[in-house]
Write a protein that binds this ligand. Structure first.
Ligand code: NDP
Length: 328
């Protein structure tokens, strides 16, 4: 290895990231976030932890991190880091990094594809062809849904939200958004509340982080506000949705359709959503191309190398930005 800087990998990690890490650092790997899986000797020497978005919410908490006296950095695979209590890590003086930007285009592409699939029922139309219905029954029924004439609201206009907005602008659709704060120098219309945004649009795209501030934010009130022509797309986090309320809204026509890439308790999807004909479902694949995952894997490793060699993290999360440069 190049650096005597022991790294702990928690859970399954992308093979390229794991292989690069093993070339550069001494590596210990455990199946899940359980200190009991680490030997006392390793516990005393671990300096960095690598985790992935496969981990459950808040699994890397202060109790876990606090067990490693020499720990300095957590480098996480994925841009969402709901599996890390980042605010608490800042209290411990640790820096947490994620993998932003390198996946924004891929996730935005998927969001647009999911929107089209949902509104124009393309997966169902393909099934119609494959099942022979085109020959036996004739053309696929005309879709009630269309993108034409829609207006789009983005819940979470950050890096990915902006990439989605740019794409949908080219589709000729008006864009508005809700964040906690308006974005500077942006022409899109800002709404100070999510319900206000849902009233103003008929197509709501969620790409906000999954944390306490967004927990079950998409609820009955918001879905009612979206209305009977409403389409809801989620490429953010499942925790941001009250899934019972969504299933009910799909069943009783409160909204027209939903396209979901993320769920509250992955990989489990509620039966009510599995059975909903007007829901288009994907197994959390928005960033899941080989090229994009490779770039994310490299950024996980590069954050650690940059930290060890130059004392600064490349992509620290907001909560730990104060610790992104090693104190002298
Ligand atoms: P950014 O941090 O760039 O953007 C997040 C945006 O959400 C910001 O504009 C922020 O604005 C807004 N936001 C955060 N909290 C709230 C809140 N409580 N209410 C309203 N708006 C809020 O993140 P990215 O665009 O890079 O990624 C966004 C999320 O997408 C990730 O956190 C991840 O969960 C998800 N994701 C999902 C993927 C998938 O495979 N489906 C792949 C990649 C990411 P403000 O702070 O002003 O509120």
């Amino acid at each position: 290895t190049v650096h005597d800087y022991p790294i702990l990998i928690v859970g399954r990690l992308h093979a390229h990231a794991a292989a690069r890490l093993r070339e550069i650092f001494p590596v210990v790997q455990i199946d899940g976030p359980d200190v009991a899986l680490v030997s006392e000797e390793d516990r005393q020497r671990i300096r960095g932890i690598v985790g992935t978005t496969d981990l459950k919410a808040s699994s890397l908490d202060t109790a876990f991190a606090g067990a490693f006296p020499k720990l300095e950095i957590m480098s996480s695979f994925g841009v969402g880091y709901d599996h890390i209590d980042a605010g608490d890590m800042a209290k411990l003086g640790l820096v947490v990094t994620n993998t932003p930007d390198v996946l924004s285009g891929e996730v935005a592409d998927t969001a647009v594809g999911l929107l089209l699939n949902t509104v124009r029922e393309l997966p169902k139309a393909e099934r119609w062809l494959r099942e022979g219905n085109w020959i036996t029954k004739g053309p696929y029924p005309l879709t009630r849904g269309t993108l034409r004439g829609r207006s789009v609201g983005i819940f979470g206009l950050g890096r990915i939200g902006l990439a989605i907005a740019h794409r949908l602008e080219a589709f000729g659709l008006p864009i508005s958004y809700h964040n906690r704060r308006p974005v500077a120098d942006i022409a899109y219309r800002y709404h100070a509340s999510l319900t206000e945004l849902a009233v103003a649009v008929d197509t709501l795209i969620c790409v906000a982080p999954g944390d306490a501030s967004t927990d079950k934010a998409i609820n009955t009130e918001v879905l009612k506000a979206l209305g009977s022509n409403g389409v809801f797309i989620n490429v953010g986090r499942g925790s941001s949705v009250d899934e019972d309320a969504l299933a009910q809204a799909l069943a009783d026509g409160t909204i027209m359709a939903a396209g979901l890439d993320v769920f509250a308790h992955e990989p489990h999807v509620p039966e009510t959503l599995l059975n909903a004909e007007n829901a288009t479902l994907l197994p959390h694949v928005a960033s899941a191309s080989q090229a994009t995952r490779q770039a994310m894997a490299d950024l996980v490793v590069d954050n650690l190398i940059e930290w060890v060699e130059r004392g600064r993290a490349l992509t620290p999360v907001a909560e730990t930005r104060d610790f992104a440069v090693r104190k002298a």
